[in-house]
Ligand binder design. Structure first.
Ligand code: 4NP
Length: 137
């Protein structure tokens, strides 16, 4: 089963969610990845403060290469997990509706690239990933 987390830049929230979800998926049931809605940060690594908070919480990470979601990735994903309503709207505009686009938490997860609240965002994403794993895992 393929799970794709999508945010805007693919350097903060979606990679945090990707690696947190992977850490919960101890039996590797899922093929987990992340992408963005924009190519603004193409090729970049995870934003350092986001990386730091993952390290601090013992979340294992791999090499990261930020990129915009492709049509193939969209079509091949069993679950597309977004962090804001806006992300879902954009995906539907770009690729058409797909019933398995799910928002991770009830409320939008703020963009820490702008707000700098990495701790808060980490905790919210962690809780969301735990609930998601309980639901689909
Ligand atoms: P993210 O944060 O969507 O959580 O990865 C952002 C990072 C970079 C940009 C926007 C959002 N940007 O426009 O470059």
């Amino acid at each position: 089963m393929k799970v794709m987390f999508v945010c805007l830049g693919n350097i903060c929230r979606s990679p945090m969610a990707q690696y947190i979800f992977q850490s919960l998926d101890v039996h590797n049931k899922f093929d987990v990845s992340s992408s963005g809605l924009s190519n603004e940060e193409y090729g970049n690594d995870i934003y350092p403060p986001a990386k730091e908070i993952l390290y601090k919480n013992n979340i294992k990470i791999d090499n990261h290469f930020a990129h915009k979601i492709t049509k193939e990735e969209f079509d091949e994903s069993d679950y597309i997990i977004v962090l804001e309503d806006y992300h879902k709207d954009r995906l539907i505009t770009m690729f058409g509706d797909k019933k398995n686009i799910i928002k991770l938490t009830e409320n939008d997860i703020e963009d820490p690239w702008y707000t700098n609240n990495f701790e808060k965002v980490y905790n919210e994403i962690y809780e969301g990933c735990k609930r998601l794993y309980e639901k689909i895992g």
